[in-house]
Design a protein around this ligand. Sequence first.
Ligand SMILES: [Zn+2]
Length: 512
Amino acid sequence: MRVPVIFICLLLVNAAQAQVKTTNNVPVENKSAAVKYGETITSAAVSKQLHIIAGAGMEGRETATAGQEKAAAYIISQFKAAGLQPGVDGKWEQYYPLYADSLLNSTITVKEKTYLYGKDFLSDLRNGVAQDLSATQVVYADMGIVNAAQDDYRQQDVTGKVVMIRDVVKKGMHRDKSNLEDKIKAAHDKGVAAILVISPSAGRFSALNQQKLRTTGLYWQKDTTARPNVYFITPALASAIMGIENSEALLEDLDNGKKVPALINTDIHIVFEKAATILHPSNVLAYLEGTDKKDEVVFVTAHYDHLGKEDDKIYYGADDDGSGTSAVIEIAAAFARAKKAGNGPRRSMVFMTVSGEEKGLLGSRYYTEHPVYPLERTVADLNIDMIGRIDPAHEKDTNYLYIIGDNKLSSELRPINEKANNTYTQLKLDYKYNDPNDPEGFYYRSDHYMFAQHGIPIIFYFNGTHADYHAHTDTVEKISYELLAKRARLVFYTAWDIANRDRKLVVDRHER
Ligand SMILES: [Zn+2]
C-alpha cells in the first residue's frame, strides 16, 4: 500500500496479535473440489513464506536494490518448486526501466564569490542538463510573464543568455505552480540558457534534507522535453548578482516596484553536473495454463517491494506487502496442486508479484502498459495488499476483511466473492473503503488500480492500516497467520470460480 499522492511544492523538487476466531463450520454440502486445494493454504505455510520474505535477509525489499532482487529470486524459487511455468515468454521476470539522477557538482560563482548548492540555491535536478556557463550579463525579466497583454522581456533578444525572474505573489495570494511552469516555458521559447528564479523560501534551503536534495529518487520516465536549467536562488544570491548590498528586503522591494535594470552587468559562472542512472527492477510472473478456456487469464497479484532500509533500520514490510506476497505464492501452489491432480482451472492463471508499488504503482503500471497477456483477454485481477493484520476498527471482532473495488466494473464480481466467502471462509466483508467518497482513497493506492484503468474488473483485499503501517515495526511476529491464511483462501476460492465459470466476467459497470 502506497502513501497517498500529495502535492509537493516544486521548490522541494521533488496491534498486538488479537485472538482469532477459527471457523470450522463450513457447510459440508457446499464443499467442492476447490476445498481440497484451498485447504492446503494453511497458516503454517504462509507463516513459513512470510518469515523469509519479511526477514532481515531481504533488507526491506526496496525497488531497484539488492534486497528486491533477493526477494524476486526467492519468489521464483517458490513458483518453480510448486511446478508453475515462467510467465514472461519463458522467463520469470519482466524488467522495466526506472531513472534516478544524483547531483555530482553544482556551483554559482558571482564576481569570484562561490555560492553553494543546497544553501544558496537549488536546481531542478531531474530536468537539468550538464552546464558550464560563463556570462558577463544577466537579463532581469521581473516576473518573467509573457502573454498577450504582457511581455516582461520587453522583446529583448535573450537567446543563449542567463535570465533572472522572480516567482512571488503578494501576501495573501496563493502561489500558482502552473504559473511557474508557464514562465519556464516562455523563457525556453525565447532560447535562454539558464533561468534563475528568485524564491521567497530560498532562505530555508539549508534547513532541508541535504541528502534528499541531491538525488531525484526513482522516477518513471525520462522527460525528453528540452528546457533550460532552472536554478532557485536565495534573495542574497540575487542581490549579489544585482550588486545590491542589502538583500534582506529584496523581494519586498521588488514587490513594491523597486526598479532593477533589465540588463545587469556582472560576472557569473554556473556549473551543473549530474549522474544519470537507469535501473531495472522486475515484476515476477508465474503461469499456469488453463484447459478449454486457456486463452483467457485470471491474475492474482501482490507487490513484493517495500521501503528498504534507512541506516541500520530495516523496513520489514511483513504486512505491507509480505502478507500478500506469501498469499500469492501459496494460492499459486494450491492451483498447481489442483492441476497436477487433473483439476486444473479452465482459464489460465497468472500469479504476479510486482515491484515499484511503494514508488507509485510503477511495476503494475509498466505491466499494464506492456502486457505479456492481452488485456482484452485478462478477465480479472485479484490484488492482495496487506491481509495479515487487524486494524483498530476491528479489534473486537477480528474475523473481517475490507473489500474494495469489487463492484466498479463488473456486476458479477461481488456475488462471486460473496458466494465464495459464504461457502468457505465466512469472513465479515467490510465495504467501508469501497465508498468513492472515502477520504483515504484506498481504491487508487495499490496495483489493482492499474488494471481497473484498463477496464479489467478487480478486487482489492485489504486489512486496513495500523500503527505499524510504513514503520520499521511492521514485523512478522505481529501477523495473525490464521487470519492471513483464511483471507488468502477467500482469494483462492474467488479465483477458482472466476477461472472455472462458463462465461467470462461481464464488464457492465463504470464506477469511480
Ligand atoms: Zn506500502
